[in-house]
Design a protein around this ligand. Structure first.
Ligand SMILES: [Zn+2]
Ligand SMILES: [Zn+2]
Length: 333
C-alpha cells in the first residue's frame, strides 16, 4: 500500500521534472529565460512539498533518530530547504527532530531560516535555534568556546524577542535566563558578586529595567530593541520586588544579597514609598503593608485631619498640602 503510494508520487515527480525540463528548454530557445526561472521557482516549491511528504513517510519508517540515520534525515531536510528556503514547517519540525543527535546541524538549518529575509517575522525559528544551542552546550569544550555558544544563543533569543509581538513569555524568560547565566559568579557591582542563578536572574532583570527606563528618558543608551519588549512585560516592577524580597528572606546573612537589596532601594525604588520588609510599594494613607503586614511610614495624608489627599487641598477639611519645611534660615533670631 505504502510502496505503491511512493511509486505514484515518484512517477508524478519524474513526469513533472521532465515536463519542466522540456518547458525550460523550449522557453530558453524562445528567449524567455525569465519566465522559465519563475516557473522553476514554483516548481521547486512543488518538489519540496513532495519531498516533505516522502520525508514524513521516511520518518514513519524509522522508530527513532539514531547515529546511523541522522545524516540521512539531515540530507533530506537540507534538500527540501534548498528547493524551498521559505518552508517554515521544515525548519521548525525538522530541526527539532535532529536536535539531539546532530544539534550543530539543527542550528545550522535554523540559522539559515533566521537569516532568510522573507521569514523575518518568524520568531519560532530563532527561538528554536537559541533553545537547541543552549541545551546542547558541550561540557568538554574550552570556556571561551562555551561562552561563545552562550553569546550566540542569546543573540537568537534576542532576535526572537524582537520578532514576537506581543512578546511570548517563554521567549522573554529564555532570553533573561541566558543573560543571567553569564552573570553567575561574576562581579555585578562594586560590592556585589552574584552568588547563584536566582540572584543572577534578578540582577539581569534590574539591568534590563533600568536601561529601558533610561532609554525612555532619552539618555542616549543604545537600544537593544529589547526595551520595547520589556515595557510590555506585565508587572515587571512587582516581579523584581518579589524576587528581591524572596532572596532577602532566603539569604538573610549573605552580604552580596543584602547589597543587592540596598542597590534596588537606592536605584530602582528611588522616590517611591516601599515597605522596608518586603519591598512592596504601598499607597498613600496606608499604615500597614498590605502584602506582609509590616508597619509602614504613612504618607500622602492631610496634615490637619489625616484623610488621604487627592489634590493640592484636602477634600475633607480644605487644608493645603503640607509644604516641606525649609531648613532653618541663618538670620533667624
Ligand atoms: Zn511589606
Ligand atoms: Zn484635611
Amino acid at each position: 500500500m505504502k510502496k505503491s503510494l511512493i511509486v505514484h508520487i515518484l512517477v508524478i515527480v519524474i513526469a513533472a521534472a521532465a515536463g519542466s525540463m522540456i518547458a525550460s528548454t523550449l522557453a530558453t530557445s524562445q528567449g524567455k529565460a525569465r519566465t522559465s526561472s519563475k516557473a522553476m521557482c514554483g516548481f521547486n516549491k512543488f518538489i519540496a512539498d513532495v519531498q516533505w511528504m516522502l520525508f514524513i513517510n521516511y520518518c514513519g519508517s524509522i522508530d527513532s533518530i539514531k547515529d546511523q540515520n541522522v545524516d540521512e534525515v539531515y540530507n533530506r531536510l537540507s534538500e527540501i530547504l534548498r528547493n524551498d528556503p521559505d518552508f517554515q514547517k521544515a525548519y521548525e519540525i525538522g530541526a527539532l527532530m535532529i536536535s539531539i543527535k546532530a544539534s550543530d546541524k539543527a542550528v545550522e538549518l535554523l540559522k539559515q531560516g533566521t537569516d532568510n529575509p522573507r521569514l523575518s517575522s518568524n520568531w519560532k525559528i530563532p527561538f528554536l535555534a537559541g533553545f537547541v544551542m543552549n541545551h546542547n552546550v558541550p561540557k568538554d569544550k574550552l570556556p571561551a568556546l562555551i561562552s561563545k555558544i552562550k553569546a550566540d544563543s542569546q543573540w537568537f533569543f534576542e532576535t526572537a524577542a524582537r520578532r514576537s509581538s506581543p512578546p511570548e513569555p517563554h521567549v522573554i524568560s529564555s532570553l533573561m535566563r541566558a543573560k543571567a547565566e553569564k552573570l553567575v559568579n561574576k562581579k555585578w557591582k562594586e560590592n556585589i558578586t552574584i552568588v547563584n542563578e536566582k540572584h543572577a536572574l534578578i540582577c539581569a532583570w534590574i539591568d534590563e529595567a533600568l536601561s529601558s527606563s533610561k532609554m525612555r528618558m532619552g539618555n542616549g543608551v543604545e537600544d537593544s530593541g529589547f526595551s520595547i519588549v520589556i515595557n510590555s512585560v506585565k508587572d515587571l516592577n512587582q516581579k523584581i520586588l518579589q524576587q528581591a524580597a524572596s532572596l532577602k528572606k532566603n539569604y538573610p546573612d549573605n552580604q552580596n544579597i543584602l547589597n543587592t537589596i540596598a542597590y534596588v532601594k537606592t536605584n530602582y525604588l528611588k522616590g517611591q514609598n516601599y515597605c522596608d520588609a518586603c519591598l512592596s510599594i504601598y499607597a498613600p494613607g496606608d499604615k500597614f503593608c498590605s502584602v506582609c503586614g509590616e508597619k509602614v511610614v504613612v504618607y500622602g495624608t492631610c496634615p490637619q485631619c489625616g484623610v488621604v489627599m487627592k489634590g493640592s487641598h484636602c477634600s475633607a477639611c480644605g487644608a493645603a498640602k503640607e509644604v516641606p519645611v525649609p531648613a532653618p534660615a541663618l538670620e533667624k533670631k
